[in-house]
Design a protein around this ligand. Structure first.
Ligand code: ATP
Ligand code: MG
Length: 402
């Protein structure tokens, strides 16, 4: 059926299926995340429970929240309402709840924790209220009031669930020191996506367009995505677009290879990358050292040591370089003049490093591949050898939250 679709229509479908810049809200295109989805549903089902969903930037937090909001809106047994609001740097407790109640079409005069509780108690049915991008909220007092609201909603067994969503490495990082509400808060971590979940994104996207993807093409996209669905969508989009433009029904490795320069060029992160590696000195090593950082083995939170940069750097530079030869580069990556592309923690001799923006790591790899800094074969060898992505069924002990 889809093979007969006019090209224009197929191209529109490619754009619907692969959307690197927008969260997914369509269940048909939403892939994986069964565990996290079930955890949220379990918490919402239990009155008095609320949700804190946290993870790295770009792992799919908003998509999960949106899809769940859509699922709950379809529940017609109870009159279930879902509403989503976003925090910005100048949001306050009052602006957030003002926004929430406006969307729910309820007039509330007292925007205090008890006022909010009373208003939600008066709802005819259940509600899911998602507060997204909580990490952007700068006003501490508002966070305290939000925590107090969750506490009073729990204490009074109100049938509205608040779901706090944001970028953080722990629930503590998301809500600060509000220990009192934690016993009522399901703490759900969004890790990077597993290869199978990324495969499902490609499969669902291809089904939507009526395309098939060959295995080497699929596996290359998955390897380059490093668990971040944004890159799966971006490469999927460019590769699918090329196949459709050529009136083909199959995406091959050539399409993916041709997609890489298009994915790299004009990406929002491109300027940051160039700022990090710029130098007028011939033979400088900024690009090589940053690529070695991107390929260094990492722990489950993305940290690596300078010792771990040495091995990939030897392969990339074609010669052994000891730490003093690239320590200057690592130090400069920390500085604002290079956009603080790398962050450092710990004490001298025990420093660990990580990319400030997780999106940068796959970008560095793709950009370097495009620029010929590494070959496909070298990359595959290094990604296999230094593979450090955590397997989710082998979780390391989480750090204590409070
Ligand atoms: N489960 C999924 N299935 C298919 N695509 C997904 C899924 N999760 C995320 N994506 C895609 O990945 C990209 C990032 O998703 P999303 O915006 O939801 O992430 P996020 O964690 O909210 O990011 P940020 O931290 O920047 O707010 C989007 O292109 C989205 O379409
Ligand atoms: Mg988001």
């Amino acid at each position: 059926m889809t093979a007969q679709m006019p090209k224009m229509q197929r191209l529109l479908r490619v754009g619907e299926a692969f959307r690197p810049a927008a969260p997914v809200d369509d269940l048909e295109l939403f892939a994986g995340r069964d565990k996290q989805r079930d955890e949220v549903i379990g918490a919402v089902a239990q009155i008095g429970y609320h949700v804190g969903l946290y993870g790295e930037r770009g792992v799919g937090k908003t998509s999960l929240a949106r899809v769940l909001a859509a699922i709950f809106s379809q529940v017609d047994l109870e009159r279930f309402q879902s509403v989503m609001v976003n925090c910005s740097t100048d949001s306050t407790f009052e602006t957030l709840w003002g926004d929430i109640f406006r969307r729910m079409e309820i007039e509330v005069h007292e925007l205090s924790p008890e006022g909010v509780r009373a208003a939600l108690e008066g709802l005819p049915g259940r509600a899911l209220i998602v507060v997204d991008e909580l990490d952007r909220l700068e006003d501490d007092e508002s966070l305290t009031l939000l925590a107090d609201t969750i506490k009073t909603l729990s204490d009074h067994a109100v049938g509205a669930t608040v779901m706090l969503v944001g970028v953080a490495t722990s629930i503590d990082g998301l809500i600060g020191e509000h220990a009192s509400i934690v016993r009522n808060l399901a703490q759900i971590e969004m890790p990077r996506m597993l290869p199978d979940e990324l495969r499902a994104i490609l499969q669902k996207g291809c089904d939507h367009v009526g395309l098939r993807i060959e295995s080497p093409a699929q596996e290359t996209i998955i390897r380059l995505s490093e668990g971040l669905p944004h890159y799966t969508h971006l490469l999927g989009y460019r590769a699918a677009e090329r196949a459709v433009q050529d009136d083909r029904n199959v995406i091959g490795l050539n399409d993916v290879n041709a997609a890489i320069p298009k994915a790299v060029e004009g990406h929002t992160i491109q300027n940051d990358y160039h700022r990090a590696i710029r130098s007028s000195q011939p033979g400088n090593l900024y690009r090589e050292v940053l690529l070695a950082c991107a390929l260094a083995p990492k722990d489950e939170l993305g940290y690596f040591t300078s010792g771990q940069v040495r091995e990939p750097l030897e392969i990339i530079a074609g010669r052994r370089l000891e730490i003093p030869a690239f320590a200057k580069h690592m130090n400069e990556f920390l500085s604002p003049t290079r956009g603080s592309v790398i962050r450092r923690e710990g004490k001298p001799r025990g420093y660990s490093y990580r990319f400030s923006d997780p999106m940068m790591q796959p970008y560095v790899i793709m950009s370097s591949l495009d620029a010929g800094l590494v070959t496909d074969d070298q990359l595959i060898a290094m990604q296999t050898r230094f593979a450090s992505s955590p397997t989710h069924d082998d979780p390391t002990e989480p750090e204590p939250l409070f």
